[in-house]
Design a protein around this ligand. Structure first.
Ligand SMILES: NC(=O)c1ccc[n+]([C@@H]2O[C@H](COP(=O)([O-])OP(=O)(O)OC[C@H]3O[C@@H](n4cnc5c(N)ncnc54)[C@H](O)[C@@H]3O)[C@@H](O)[C@H]2O)c1
Length: 247
């Protein structure tokens, strides 16, 4: 593992108890960051805080602005500020064609995957501004670039994250706050395990390397995007697709 410098940076990770969130937390702690995990699952939080060596965990629903505002103020008070926000909370939603897609699932996917990223950025940004420094990394997906059949809501939400990242990156370009996204293809995770056999075979067949990515491979790229060294890249979405997305 390369040594990246996140020394003493206070980093919040939403969806922090998920497979990718956990890997990012582990990598950040190894790089010297103080990591705070936000997730809506209270049961997993304390175990994952201990497992990853994180500094704290809090029950936060990213669709709930008040919950985010309270949690952000709490982190700033306890740790003296916030330097880094990683938006990894996300859901797959129902799988199925647009013409019969459950409307409720569409709204849920948008609420967590897109509005959740907007609200998290909105509530944490004042603290990054106060620190006169900051890094935001959003978890998008190759599905948001290319669109997968039967995943219309998921793909649309992740495309929205790419556009939001572009807007926010430009809005903050004259500050020392950088905003970027990553777009992984299938990653070994519960999300992948929960897919139907058919859907899993479909997404894996599209990857030229012939395998799913690993959460630690996502974490490595996210960690670099969170460092000072990521200084001339903003509003960008970087691929993590085993050769699937080349443009
Ligand atoms: N796993 C993959 O193959 C893959 C590929 C591309 C992109 N992604 C994206 O990466 C991110 C992390 O994925 P993962 O594989 O770790 O998934 P995961 O299901 O393991 O983790 C997602 C986490 O988000 C949390 N969460 C869901 N709704 C929430 C809410 N309203 N408020 C707070 N937390 C909430 C869940 O409790 C869970 O801990 C997601 O945004 C996902 O869309 C994953």
């Amino acid at each position: 593992m390369n040594q990246l410098d996140l020394n003493q940076r206070v980093a919040v990770i939403t969806g922090g108890t998920g497979g990718i969130g956990k890997a990012i937390a582990t990598r950040f702690v190894a790089s010297g960051a103080k990591v705070i995990l936000w997730d809506r699952q209270p049961d997993a939080l304390s175990a994952v805080v201990a497992e990853t060596g994180s500094a704290a965990g809090d029950v936060v629903d990213v669709t709930d602005q008040a919950s985010l505002a309270r949690a952000a103020a709490g982190v700033a008070e306890q740790f003296g500020g916030i330097d880094i926000l990683i938006n990894a909370a996300g859901i797959n939603g129902a799988i199925g064609p647009v013409e019969s897609y459950p409307v409720e699932s569409w709204h849920q996917v948008m609420a967590v995957n897109l509005t959740g990223v907007f609200l998290s950025c909105r509530e944490v940004l004042p603290y990054l501004r106060r620190a006169r420094h900051g890094r935001i990394v959003n978890l998008s997906s190759v599905g948001g670039k290319e669109g997968n059949p039967n995943q219309g809501a998921y793909g649309a939400s992740k495309a929205g994250v790419i556009a939001l990242t572009k807007s926010l990156g430009k809005e903050l370009a004259d500050t020392d706050i950088r905003v970027n996204a990553v777009a992984p293809a299938a990653i070994e995770s519960e999300m992948l395990a929960k897919m139907t056999e058919e859907q899993r075979a479909f997404v894996l067949a599209k990857i030229p390397m012939g395998r799913a990515g690993r959460p630690d491979e996502v974490a490595a790229m996210v960690a670099w995007l969170a460092t000072e060294e990521c200084s001339f890249t903003t509003g960008a979405t970087l691929d993590l697709t085993g050769g699937r997305a080349t443009y």
